[in-house]
Design a protein around this ligand. Structure first.
Ligand code: GLU
Length: 429
């Protein structure tokens, strides 16, 4: 390995090497000794294949021109077109997109989807933009991405602060350039444009399918667990609803406005209607208010992290009281946090497995679009449960056999799939 490193100039100082990318890379390095892959393959996979940096100009409602930095990073296209969401957030950087793209590669490969990994992002404060501004921003961003996206090249999807409407604008912009409708260019679209049933709920529902499988393995009854859910958007809100429907007691939830806590169990359907109506949990009166920090440290059995990266860290991991953590967000546990949780015997269901329901149903959507043949909700739900269950069992078995964490086992499974393909394909030319 030393020899390979010496011939790759720029190691440690490349443009995308921010703390989050270093976290993704460090997780890769931790998994590598168990993956048994060739050095040249490992070296290739340490770097994203391609990154596009653009600035997106938009005439704002005020009449002023705003220019927004935006990125799309394709980590791998070895197994197929790259796949991954597009997020609108003030924290977006090239390095964040690169880290998230690498995780998408392992996630798709672990689920045996014929995709590589990508992620895009646009640095903005979405809550301060009007629908008209968001539409212009999305259309111009899509136009800037045209050279590298395509149904067989790179397929965007929703992520933080993007949704079905964002995907509809992306689909329309791409289709206007192509001269005909191309529904398969994005996933997570409205049903009327070729979107899939159950895509909207898939990530949150998938989180609970993975939690339920883990409970089975641990000999716990899901209906007897006390759960805390951080994040109440498309992932956390749906996950909290599913947990509630399956009889678990959800004792606290949170969003950007803070948390709501009730030891007797929250009325999740009421909270979801409230959040839908008011745009957030602010002002909800059916429970005691807690801060985000307090929420993470509440006594509970299962803590679902469905907000954003870097939430359980070296600073607070020692005070977490949950017995099991489920990563609905991407990268919510830092390296230091992970090590402390492992020392304390707290199991972590890793992001690349736990939140893979979203991209799995994205794959179903793309297949339905390409075939122009649509499936029922029940069929999609059952296929998702099968595919997540199979991945869960492979990860659990590998962790057991090799005595490694579930995260390392999930990464090893994904890395092996990509490595097998890259070894056969070789390096061009
Ligand atoms: N943004 C989601 C994720 O992080 C979904 C990506 C997709 O459906 O392509 O997995």
């Amino acid at each position: 390995m030393a020899e390979v490193q010496e011939v790759s100039p720029g190691r440690g100082e490349l443009e995308w090497e921010t703390p989050l990318y270093r976290t993704a890379l460090a997780q890769f390095e931790q998994a590598l000794p168990h993956a048994d892959i060739e050095d040249f393959v490992a070296e290739r996979l340490r770097y994203p294949e391609r990154a596009l940096v653009v600035s997106v100009p938009v005439h704002l409602d005020s009449g002023k021109l705003g220019v927004f930095p935006a990125y799309r990073v394709q980590h791998s296209t070895v197994l197929g077109p790259s796949k991954g969401g597009v997020r609108y957030d003030m924290e977006v950087t090239l390095g964040e997109c690169a880290a998230l793209a690498m995780w998408m590669t392992w996630k798709c490969a672990l689920l045996r989807l014929p995709y590589g990994g990508a992620k895009g992002g646009l640095r903005c404060s979405p809550k301060d933009l009007s629908p008209a501004e968001l539409q212009k921003l999305t259309r111009r961003f899509t136009a800037e991405l045209l050279p590298i996206i395509g149904p067989q090249a790179d397929i965007p999807a929703p992520d933080m602060a993007t949704n079905e409407q964002t995907m509809a604008w992306m689909m329309d912009t791409y289709s206007m350039q192509a001269g005909h409708a191309v529904p398969e260019i994005v996933t997570g679209k409205p049903i009327a444009l070729g979107g899939s049933l159950f895509r909207h709920e898939a990530t949150g529902a998938g989180v609970v399918m993975v939690i339920a499988r883990a409970c089975q393995r641990l000999g716990w009854r899901l209906g007897e667990q006390r759960c805390v859910v951080q994040g109440f958007g498309n992932v956390g809100g749906v996950a909290a609803g599913e947990l509630h429907d399956q009889g678990a007691k959800v004792v606290a939830v949170s969003d950007l406005s803070g948390g709501v806590h009730d030891e007797r169990g929250l009325d999740i359907p009421a909270l979801r209607s409230f959040a839908e109506e008011h745009g957030s949990l602010a002002g909800y009166e059916g429970g005691e208010r807690v801060t985000n920090e307090e929420l993470l440290e509440l006594p509970c059995d299962i803590l679902a992290l469905a907000a954003r990266e870097d939430q359980v860290t070296g600073e607070n991991a020692g005070r977490i009281k949950a017995k099991l953590i489920a990563e609905g967000a991407n990268g919510p546990t830092s390296l230091e946090g992970d090590a402390i949780l492992a020392d304390r015997g707290i199991a972590v269901l890793p992001d690349v497995l736990t939140n893979a329901g979203g991209v799995t149903v994205s794959y179903f959507e793309w297949v339905q679009d390409l075939g122009r043949l649509f499936w029922s909700r029940a069929e999609i739900r059952a296929k998702l449960a099968d595919q997540l269950g199979d991945a869960f069992d492979r990860v659990w078995r590998l962790a057991d056999e090799q005595g490694i964490s579930l995260r390392s086992a999930a990464l090893v499974s994904g890395i092996r799939e990509v490595a097998g393909a890259l070894t056969s394909r070789g390096i061009y030319p």
